[in-house]
Design a protein. Structure first.
Length: 317
């Protein structure tokens, strides 16, 4: 009888140890899988939020510039329509019409390198003459695919890359087009994207950005820094230069990616560690940054740690 009791005890201990081993294995595997999955999910969300933020800022900026170009174009169109009426009624000759149009448009400065142009598309697609253009005056540009796009578009906004004679490489542009149908003329006002910053109302961008994505919270914040380390938009430090901070220098150097750092600026969480995802807007020389406090990140991970225990216990039962 004593031997039977001893055997039962050994069997019981064996099964207890076996269950503990199974529990440990199940717990370890489920913990590892769950943590890996959760971290991947959180990282993916942060990266996606940063991408959405950058796209949101790009739309605001483009909208600002488009409104500006259209606002400048509209009163000038009325003058050009009257000028064309004078030509059509025989009050001025065709060459006088072209020269007056050219003089009127060329005296208007659009940023540093922006300009007006006028394309005669009466014989398009075989012949498209730049009757007003600062670099290609009088040239037939029908062989250029971008010019064909403009001639087809006729009205509204269009984005493209352009390289004038003497320039090293194409640059991104946006143009607002107006079609003077009776004259078969496409009038364009164009601006290089790298100059957009001069025509942006930063306060509008700031307000819309914080309205949609929040100004600052216990979880983290978002901001925009330029290539020189100036905070273009920031909850507490807009307009200040922080190029001397190691994490800002690294963000500028990399342009896109992920880093961890200790917050040095004023505001909630000063001195605490943060995780940042960032991506650049090269046309404006801006970098959009999305951050989360490392404590908040770890809290979300730890909050899910009880699940492996439940999974393990269910597995044993």
């Amino acid at each position: 009888m004593f031997k039977n009791l001893l055997l039962k005890t050994k069997i019981t201990v064996f099964f207890i140890l076996l269950n503990l081993i199974i529990f440990s294995i199940l717990f370890g595997v489920s913990f590892f899988v769950l943590n890996t999955t959760l971290k991947s999910y959180l990282e993916g969300n942060l990266e996606k939020e940063n991408k959405n933020l950058r796209m949101f800022v790009e739309k605001i900026v483009d909208g600002n510039v488009k409104d500006y170009l259209k606002r400048i174009m509209e009163p000038n169109v009325k003058f050009l329509e009257r000028l064309y009426e004078n030509y059509k009624n025989g009050k001025i000759k065709k060459q006088d019409f072209i020269e007056k149009m050219r003089d009127f448009l060329f005296i208007q400065k659009i940023g540093e390198d922006g300009y007006y142009y006028v394309l005669d598309i009466s014989k398009s697609p075989d012949e498209i003459i730049a009757i007003v253009h600062p670099k290609l005056q009088g040239k037939n540009l029908a062989s250029d695919k971008t010019i064909q796009r403009i001639a087809t578009k006729k009205n509204g906004y269009i984005e493209y890359e352009w390289k004038n004679p003497g320039e090293k490489k194409p640059r991104k542009k946006i143009a607002y087009l107006y079609y003077l149908e009776e004259a078969k003329l496409v009038i364009g006002i164009s601006l290089y994207k790298e100059e957009f910053i001069s025509f942006i109302n930063l306060e509008d961008v700031r307000e819309l950005l914080f309205d949609f994505f929040g100004k600052e919270s216990e979880k983290g914040n978002s901001f925009i820094v330029d290539y020189e380390g100036n905070f273009v938009i920031h909850p507490t430090s807009t307009g200040k230069n922080f190029s001397h901070l190691p994490h800002i220098a690294k963000i500028i150097e990399k342009g896109k990616g992920r880093i961890t750092y200790k917050q040095a600026t004023e505001g909630k969480g000063k001195g605490l560690k943060k995780i940042a995802y960032f991506s650049e807007m090269p046309d404006l020389k801006w970098i959009v940054v999305t951050t989360i406090f490392e404590d908040e990140y770890n809290r979300l991970i730890h909050k899910a740690n009880f699940l492996p225990i439940v999974i393990s216990l269910v597995g044993i039962l």
